[in-house]
Design a protein around this ligand. Sequence first.
Ligand code: SER
Length: 918
Amino acid sequence: MRRAFSCGGHGKTAQLNHPDAGQITARKEMPMPTLNEIRSTFLNFFERNDHRIVDSSPLVPRNDPTLMFTNSGMVQFKNCFTGVEHRDYTRATTSQKCVRAGGKHNDLDNVGYTARHHTFFEMLGNFSFGDYFKEQAIPYAWDLLTKDFGIDKSKLLVTVYHTDDEAASIWKKYAGLSDDRIIRIATDDNFWSMGATGPCGPCTEIFYDHGPDIWGGPPGSAEEDGDRFIEIWNLVFMQNERFEDGTQRDLDMQSIDTGMGLERIGALLQGKHDNYDTDLMRALIEASAHATSQDPDGPGNVHHRVIADHLRSTSFLMADGVMPSNEGRGYVLRRIMRRAMRHAHLLGAKDPVMHRLVPALVAQMGQAYPELGRAQSMIEETLRLEETRFKQTLDRGLRLLDDELGDLPEGAALPGETAFKLYDTFGFPLDLTQDALREKGRSVDTEGFDAAMAEQKAKARAAWSGSGEAADAAVWFDIAEDKGTTDFLGYDTEIAEGQITALVASGAPVAVAKTGETVQIVLNQTPFYAESGGQVGDQGLLKTETGTARITDTKKVAGVFIHFAEVTEGEVTSGQAAQLAVDHARRSAIRANHSATHLLHEALREALGDHVAQRGSLNAEDRLRFDFSHTKPLSDDELAKVEADVNAYIRQNSAVETRIMSPDDARGLGAQALFGEKYGDEVRVVSMGFEEGSGRGPDGQTYSIELCGGTHVRQTGDIGVFVALGDSASSAGVRRIEALTGAAAFDYLSGQSARLSSIAQDLKARPDEVVERVKSLMDERRALSNEVAQLRRELAMAGGPGDGGGSEVREINGVKFIAQVLSGVQGKDLPPLIDEHKARLGSGAVLLMADTGGKVAVAAGVTDDLTTRVSAVDLVRAAVAEMGGKGGGGRPDMAQGGGSDISQSEAAIKAAEGVIST
Ligand code: SER
């Protein structure tokens, strides 16, 4: 069983120095078509025959957790064959981007050295979902090849599965092939299956015969690995489905899946034997030759070939959202990049080369794949930065390699430890070291390499558990080691399939979780963002064939994404494939808040100064919070300016770009480092907004550049609107701004507006008059309350209703004394009243007591001529003591105090009189 279309054909390795490396003649007197034309001819042929032209799906499969990269045209239609998914068409045709470079069995080693190996290739295909079957698929293929492509019929032969009489008879009848050109194959070579499970069926393969001058035999013969007979098209008759337990069922409908490598058919139609001699590949080789000033066909030819191939796979992977990293898909990308960069180095390139080739690639393929053009500047920049960085260690690594080899006996393998040192210290992926040794006819002790790697991982784990973090962390490390870490797909998609690698309940692995149970679910890949960098974890749904779970939170430990889940229906089992869907509305709100936080950070720096640095943040679905270093509260003007600036950059609606680079390069561009994050070898850099002359970014015009692993909006306009709720102190020297964006901001603003309307209604004013009206009401109120106070005082002086009694002047020990209990006046009203009484008496003492609602305000005054005899302070103290209070103070001519019991006012007056009479 072959796993997928083999762009090398039966694993053959056609060496470059083949005698037939020159011209071949496949077609009769037709102008030579370009690869772009061949692609169009194929798609148009099937469109003419009622097929829908469907776009290539991304290189990172959204619907197959077991595949690292899309490796054949049928991947996006997998569920259409089994009947799980229905589309509004039953016939489709595609030109599918494919990468074969991940996993254990990949073609990377051979690429560049052989005629037909690629890391990236295009697979042309036509598909029927329960529509036509072999009776139609074979005639379509035959007509396209022999009529539209004009291939000489006498050069074609086919294979069929040994029991498939029907296919053999169609070939015989329709194409007129003789029995000796219909070869029956009993092996899995002619029974195609996408993997251990999934849709499958017998297939028929079409071969081109390059003639007896080339060594090789027909398929199925002992010499089949020769280069005479080359497979050009595989037609699969999908009619079965395989299951994990090895059983197989007949599918309800019979379908068609075909695959033809564009590079291979292109070489044939262009009369070349080598895929790298086709117009498209040649243009890239010449671009490489030009950039390195090296002859495209000179001794460096193989280097140009490696560069041309790797330029395609790396650029297309980045256009589909894969970024270089040290894990998973990102690491495969980095390995391919570095391999190309070493070959550029071997061509004598002093400066980075790869990024200079991207325009040539976009010129060749940008029309067929517009995503390439859209990502062009990001691809160029990432390649340039990666190559600049790798060059810093490449020379030293190669020198170390040469030194080590010099010390080894002739032909001995390079010790695994040395290969590991090259990996760990100099950034040489293992296959790059192998590639370098290949030229010298040497190999690497891969077991030793694996052992050194395992030892390093064990050390890292010991160091981690020594750091005293979560006690149950061991379980996640075990999972990381046994099952691998989780690949995060969520920068590009919110929906994907993943495979459940572990279920954990109460800190221990379990096999199954049933309805009502809470469980932590680990998957090999996920679109769910795990809480970090201030951004909260995603929520959403997980579904398997047997059950559904609600994901309530996502966190990560040791590269393992932990989905906190509650099983709501059926059961979920470890090992199952699961459909994953992030709660879109919630994630969109989080994204808007996170991007707004970046704009806010920059706006604060511009408004307050460069001392502003992030001290913490929260990006939740309902709000954002940003803590930053600044010592004073923000003035209203400052806050208003910050809010206006953020909104201006939202309206600018610039694209948000992400790139991967070294921390130093990022800082060189002016990136702001986020507080509390630990940065490894490479960082993700998020930039948005443009501002002339900002000095940031490669163009010196980028507004915000931050190191950040979070998820962001595509365009700043997606944030909608930004409202700052205010500024407060968070801790010493740290201020905090809380804010809203998008729908939450809108709700807040419309709530404010509704309140304003209701106030306006009460005031019988228009909303725009409210401020003035409230101001004048406040002025009026102030004037009125002053007036009331004045009237009360007057009433009190006149013995009116404010006078609680006792205002008559009595004489004690020759001193005139007025004592009065007042109501309706405040403590602060007493001193002016005392002054008025004193003025009226000319010489004497005054005691005033006012009931202020549960409390008693007391004040006493003594005219200046008497202060040596009687002190106001003593009067107040004596009175207060009677009324449940304590103390009192002031000057001898005026003192105040407070009590609590007005009913004791008589006793208080008596006590004051006592003070005067002594
Ligand atoms: N799926 C088949 C292959 O990859 C035909 O497209 O060869």
